[in-house]
Design a protein around this ligand. Structure first.
Ligand SMILES: Nc1ncnc2c1ncn2[C@@H]1O[C@H](COP(=O)(O)OP(=O)(O)OP(=O)(O)O)[C@@H](O)[C@H]1O
Length: 299
């Protein structure tokens, strides 16, 4: 695991904002750290980057304890949290030159970074005049300059237009596929990262509600049978009396958790036999966004 935390807990005053968090981020993954605003994502990221002191619990990065190996660990992490730290009066390239000197990395890497984030043409423009998307890409280039193994990005697509979002996404996929990096990316929108994330952790009110691969997340999305019928209250009672668990009964339709196609046929036959009109009966699979909202609203 590139990141492993055990029972990480953090308080602001007496309020716990991160609660017993046990994160597991595999090497080579794009880990989407998801949760609504105020869920505790930035606080967790600041703990991982040693920008906040650990109060309770453990953090291991690259298999080593963070507090005892701070310098060597942090030198292998590139990060972008909140606004990228960019000098507005310097050009994009000068910003990179500045950072390259600081990190003592060869200046030759700068051209590669500019090409990677598609800023070659804008290299000599003042960064203060960049669009938000360009600033974000420059921020990612700065984070990548030291060739880190792990990239930690806090809501990197916040405020970007759809094209900017696509560019950042493509860049991250490329980094993992071609350079074997691990990417830890936070977002409050599942749709923004579901296409690229290999793993997700869903957090709300500081607690982890789900953690696993994207396919594991999809597996817990139980399909539902949607039955459009008449007299739904009676129809719901009829089905319940026969052992089916009706989860919702509205004026025009009922929903029942899907178990098998045979059970779908049995419900259809039962309703017909008892004089109900079945206008439609079909299986619905929740999409991931709906699942994410369900998970975060339950907490
Ligand atoms: N320095 C601080 N002092 C006191 N409370 C704080 C501080 N920083 C954050 N909080 C509170 O901790 C909680 C978690 O905030 P955090 O920024 O970690 O959430 P988040 O998931 O990153 O949300 P967002 O997407 O809005 O940034 C919030 O209730 C926030 O108000």
């Amino acid at each position: 695991m590139v990141i492993r935390t055990e029972n990480l807990t953090h308080y602001f005053g007496s309020q716990p904002v991160v609660k017993s968090l046990s994160l597991q981020v595999p090497e080579g993954s794009i880990f989407g750290f998801l949760g609504p605003n105020g869920a505790g994502k930035t606080t967790t990221i600041k703990l991982l980057l040693s920008l906040l002191q650990i109060q309770e619990g453990q953090i291991e990065l690259f298999g080593h304890d963070l507090p005892g190996n701070r310098i060597s660990i942090l030198s292998q992490i590139g990060s972008l949290i909140e606004q990228p730290a960019i000098y507005a009066h310097l050009t994009g390239k000068e910003n990179l030159v500045n950072r390259a000197r600081l990190l003592q990395v060869p200046v030759s890497r700068i051209e590669d970074m500019l090409a990677l984030v598609h800023l070659k043409d804008a290299a000599h423009k003042k960064a203060g005049n960049y669009s938000l998307g360009m600033k974000q890409r420059l921020g990612i280039a700065l984070a990548l300059l030291g060739d880190p193994k792990l990239l930690v990005l806090d809501e990197p697509t916040n405020g970007l237009d759809p094209n900017g979002i696509i560019e950042v996404r493509e860049l991250l996929v490329k980094l993992v596929a071609q350079q074997g990096k691990t990417v830890f990316i936070s977002s409050h929108l599942l749709v923004e990262i579901e296409r690229i994330a290999t793993h997700v952790g869903i957090i709300n009110h500081g607690a982890m509600l789900f953690q696993g691969s994207i396919s594991e997340l999809k597996n817990i999305s139980q399909p539902v049978v949607h039955i459009e019928t008449d007299q739904t209250a009676d129809a719901a009672n009829l089905l319940k009396n026969q052992g089916f668990s009706v989860t919702d009964a509205y004026e025009t339709y009922l929903s029942v958790p899907y178990t098998s196609k045979e059970n779908m046929a049995a419900m259809n036959a039962l309703l017909h036999q008892q004089g109900h009109q079945v206008y439609s009966i079909f299986k619905v699979q929740k999409d991931l966004e709906e699942l994410f909202l369900n998970i975060t609203q339950q907490a």
